[in-house]
Design a binder for this molecule. Structure first.
Ligand code: ZN
Length: 452
C-alpha cells in the first residue's frame, strides 16, 4: 500500500464538525426510544440532504424510523456504507451532570447507550468522505443506512433480508465504550421469545379448584429454564422479565406473559435453545392444564470479523489516538465514577491492543450485516472507565464535551477507513477474500425466516 496523506480527509471531518454537533446535541435532547425515533431520523436526513446526499428510502423495510441516504459520483468506484443508530433507552434520562439527576427538559428516556454520538459520527464520516471525494475526484458511492431501533428490533436485520446491503463493498461502524479498541470480538446471536399462558379464572379462596392458574404455568416454565442452565454451554445467556403475572391474589390468573432473550455464540446454538424452551412451555402448560403460546418475533446473528479491516482500523486508531481530555472533563468523569460507585479512574487515554477472538454476551444487528458484507466496527471512549453501558453516566457524558470529542475522533477514524477503501482496490479485495473465508460453508439464514 502506498503512503497516504490523510490531511484532506481529517480537514473534511473538521468541516463537518458543525453538522455532527447538531446531530449529536439534537438527538441527545430528543432521546426518542426504539421505533419512535422519527424526529431523530429527520435530524440525520436534514444534515445529509444539506451536504448533498439524496434520501432514497424512508421507512425502509417497513420500519417507520429507518431511512437510506446516498451520494455517488463517477463510474466504477467503490461502494461504502455507514451505519448510524439514533434510538435512546427508557428510564435513562439524565442531565449532563456528574450525578444522577433528571434531564432539564424532563425527558425520562436518555441516550444510555450513546447512540446520539454513534449516529452523529457515522453520518459525519459519510459526509466528510463525500467532501473529500469531490475535492479529489474519486469515483464511488457513499450510502448511509438509518439504522432504526437498535435497542429492540433493530432495522438492520430487515434491511439485510430485503437486500439493501447486497451491492456494498464494506460497511463501517463504531460504538461508544469506555476505551478505544478494535479486534476480533463477536457479538452473540439471539432470539426474542414471548411466552403466554392461558388458564381459567376462579375465586382463589372460595373455589380455586374451578380455576387453572396461568401463573403456575409461568412459574413452572421459569423453573425449567433455570434448570436448563446447568446443561448449556457457558456462551449461553437466558434472561427474562414477567410482563403479566396476574392482577390480584384472590383471582386465579387466567393470563401471564414472559419476555425472554435467548443468546449463544452462533445462530445454530440459539435455534437449539429455542427448541428446548418451546418444549418447556408446552410441558408447563400440560402439567398445569393451561395453554401455552410461544412466539419468536425477532432475532439477530453473531458477527463475523475481518482481518484486513481490523488492521486498517487499528492503524488509523493509533494515528488519531484517544481523545485529549481536559482536566475538567477528567474531573467530570471522576464525579460520575464516584456517584456510580466505581474507582475514580477518569476517561481512558490510550488505545488498547487488537483484542483476540472472543464472544461478548450482548448482541447487535451489526451481526446480520456482517454475514452479507465485510464489516468493520470499533469502540471509542465516551464513557468513564468501569461504568457499564445502559446506565445514567453514559447519558450524562454523551450530553457534554466528552461526547463531542468521542464523535470527532470516531468520525476521523471512520472517514480515513472510508478513504482507504474508496481508493485502494487491494484492500477491498483482501477484505472480501477474508469475508468469504470466514463465512465458509455456513449459509446465512435470516432470523426473520424463523419468526413465529
Ligand atoms: Zn448501543
Amino acid at each position: 500500500m502506498t503512503t497516504r496523506d490523510y490531511a484532506t480527509i481529517d480537514l473534511s471531518v473538521d468541516r463537518t464538525g458543525e453538522a455532527m454537533e447538531s446531530i449529536n446535541k439534537e438527538v441527545w435532547m430528543l432521546a426518542e426510544i426504539s421505533n419512535e425515533e422519527s424526529e431523530s431520523a429527520k435530524v440525520h436526513m436534514r444534515e445529509l440532504e444539506a451536504a448533498g446526499f439524496t434520501i432514497t428510502s424512508v421507512g425502509t423495510s417497513g420500519r417507520p424510523t429507518a431511512f437510506i441516504a446516498e451520494w455517488e459520483q463517477g463510474e466504477g468506484g467503490a461502494r461504502i456504507g455507514f451505519l448510524p443508530e439514533y434510538d435512546a433507552l427508557p428510564d435513562l434520562g439524565n442531565a449532563a451532570s456528574g450525578e444522577q439527576v433528571a434531564a432539564p427538559n424532563g425527558k425520562t428516556s436518555g441516550h444510555g447507550c450513546g447512540h446520539n454520538l454513534l449516529g452523529a459520527a457515522c453520518t459525519g464520516a459519510a459526509i466528510a468522505l463525500k467532501f473529500t471525494m469531490e475535492m479529489e475526484g474519486i469515483p464511488g458511492l457513499v450510502r448511509v443506512y438509518g439504522c432504526a431501533a437498535e435497542e429492540t428490533s433493530g432495522a438492520k436485520v430487515y434491511m439485510v433480508r430485503d437486500g439493501y446491503f447486497d451491492d456494498i463493498d464494506v460497511c463501517i461502524a463504531w460504538h461508544p465504550q469506555t476505551y478505544a479498541g478494535t479486534g476480533y470480538v463477536s457479538t452473540s446471536a439471539m432470539s426474542d421469545v414471548v411466552v403466554e399462558f392461558h388458564g381459567k379464572t376462579a375465586h382463589a379462596g372460595g373455589s380455586p379448584w374451578e380455576g387453572r392458574s396461568a401463573l403456575d404455568a409461568l412459574e413452572l416454565f421459569m423453573h425449567g429454564i433455570n434448570l436448563m442452565r446447568e446443561h448449556v454451554p457457558t456462551s449461553v445467556r437466558m434472561h427474562y422479565v414477567i410482563q403479566a403475572g396476574g392482577s390480584a391474589p384472590n383471582i386465579v390468573p387466567d393470563y401471564t406473559r414472559l419476555y425472554m432473550y435467548l443468546r449463544d455464540k452462533d445462530r445454530a446454538g440459539v435455534e437449539a435453545l429455542t427448541t428446548w424452551a418451546r418444549a418447556l412451555a408446552e410441558g408447563a402448560a400440560m402439567g398445569t392444564q393451561t395453554r401455552a403460546e410461544f412466539h419468536v418475533p425477532y432475532g439477530m446473528s453473531e458477527t463475523i470479523n475481518n482481518t484486513p479491516l481490523v488492521e486498517n482500523c487499528y492503524k488509523h486508531m493509533m494515528e488519531v489516538g484517544a481523545p485529549q481530555w481536559t482536566e475538567a472533563e477528567q474531573a467530570f468523569a471522576r464525579d460520575c465514577q464516584r456517584n456510580f460507585g466505581v474507582p475514580e479512574e477518569g476517561m481512558a487515554t490510550d488505545v488498547r491492543p487488537i483484542s483476540p477472538p472472543s464472544v461478548q454476551g450482548g448482541s447487535s444487528d451489526l451481526g446480520d450485516v456482517s454475514w452479507c458484507v465485510p464489516l468493520i466496527w470499533f469502540w471509542y471512549p465516551s464513557v468513564p472507565q468501569g461504568v457499564s453501558m445502559h446506565t445514567w453516566p453514559v447519558t450524562a457524558c454523551g450530553g457534554m464535551s466528552i461526547g463531542s470529542k468521542a464523535v470527532d475522533g470516531a468520525a476521523k477514524i471512520m472517514a480515513r477507513m472510508g478513504y482507504d477503501l474508496m481508493t485502494d482496490a487491494e484492500l477491498r479485495a483482501a477484505a472480501r477474500a477474508d469475508f468469504i473465508e470466514r463465512r465458509g460453508d455456513v449459509k446465512y439464514i435470516s432470523p426473520l425466516d424463523n419468526v413465529s
